[in-house]
Design a binder for this molecule. Structure first.
Ligand SMILES: NC(=O)c1ccc[n+]([C@@H]2O[C@H](COP(=O)([O-])OP(=O)(O)OC[C@H]3O[C@@H](n4cnc5c(N)ncnc54)[C@H](O)[C@@H]3O)[C@@H](O)[C@H]2O)c1
Length: 290
């Protein structure tokens, strides 16, 4: 099976391409720039600006499924203008879906976002993106999964750990959810399906609701030494943990997240025991140690 990934050279795109490659898919990468990662050099690369219909048509020709990740978001430095965000995220998505219709491709995964909503141009670009997916599902019968990823922007290691308790998700879970989705659309197991892609720490509800008071005790019980690590590295803890019900995703896609706060603490413990300096580490490039 051949899968096209748009935005393939980006942070999520590279992880998704690796996951597909390891699962035995033939991968075509499409982006405005090629990747510099050595392990992805053997994959086919198509230069494609999703704002240009002929580029997109060329990119999708002959594939069985499309994973559409190409987009700009608000966290780029230097920032991308709202005009560019709108045209890449909205026009680009329209061109990808339209090219799929023209080429008869009926298996599509769309990268939506937890930022879906009406309070920013980026957020509304994902509202329109999901609406376009719905329209193309109605018009063509395509099987489409829309994934509202939580945040996986590269950031310092300790910040990443603290963020897992809030809106953060590990990029490995993003890639695994995307692989599960492409399998579902290729198997025509879904019509139009949407899910959040977030973390699950396996915490009881009372700990989720009252993490400030109960969280350290729970972590210590699961991982002796957790309290010392949280205090030593001054990891900021939320009042309550952001936790969504991901049961439907498990049921429909067979996917559930695997990297939670305890996994981060295990990794931190291993680094701490080795006397490694974690203050200058970045995620995802330097994960996992263990
Ligand atoms: N990173 C996050 O925290 C996050 C959270 C929610 C949703 N998302 C969504 O996930 C997807 C991937 O995000 P990411 O963090 O990997 O982004 P990224 O910025 O790392 O990568 C985006 C890629 O898209 C490419 N691109 C930009 N304009 C293009 C165009 N016109 N044509 C073709 N390619 C183009 C870029 O060159 C880049 O390689 C996006 O749709 C994003 O909105 C990301």
């Amino acid at each position: 099976m051949k899968v096209l990934v748009t935005g393939a050279s980006g942070n999520g795109g590279q992880a998704v391409c690796r996951e597909l490659m390891n699962a035995g898919y033939t991968v075509r990468m499409a982006d405005v720039v090629p990747t510099h990662s050595d392990d992805l050099q053997s994959l086919e690369f198509v230069r494609c600006d999703t704002r240009t219909p002929s580029d997109v048509r060329r990119a999708v020709a002959g594939v069985d499924a499309v994973i559409h990740l190409a987009a700009w978001h608000c966290a780029h430095n230097p920032p991308v203008s709202d005009e560019t965000i709108f045209s890449v995220n909205v026009d680009g998505t329209f061109h990808v879906l339209e090219a799929c219709r023209q080429e008869g491709i009926k298996s599509i995964v769309y990268a939506s976002s937890m930022a879906y909503g009406w309070w920013s141009v980026y957020g509304v670009s994902k509202v329109i993106g999901e609406d376009l997916c719905k329209a193309y599902h109605e018009m063509t019968g395509a099987s489409i999964v829309m994934l509202r990823y939580h945040e996986f922007i590269p950031r310092p290691y300790l910040e990443f750990g603290a963020r897992l308790l809030r809106n953060g998700v590990d990029r490995r879970d993003v890639a695994a959810a995307t692989l599960a989705s492409v399998k579902a659309v290729l198997g025509r197991n879904v019509g139009l399906f949407r899910t959040i892609v977030h973390t699950d720490h396996g915490m009881p509800q009372d700990v989720v609701e009252n993490f400030r008071n109960l969280g350290i005790g729970w972590c210590e019980e699961k991982l002796p030494g957790a309290r010392r690590l949280i205090e030593k590295y001054e990891i900021s803890l939320p009042e309550k943990v952001e936790q969504h019900d991901l049961e439907e995703a498990e049921h429909v896609l067979g996917w559930k997240p695997t990297v939670g706060f305890l996994d981060f603490l295990c990794d931190l413990k291993a680094r701490d025991e080795k006397g490694l300096d974690v203050t200058n580490l970045w995620v995802p490039s330097e994960l996992p140690l263990i």
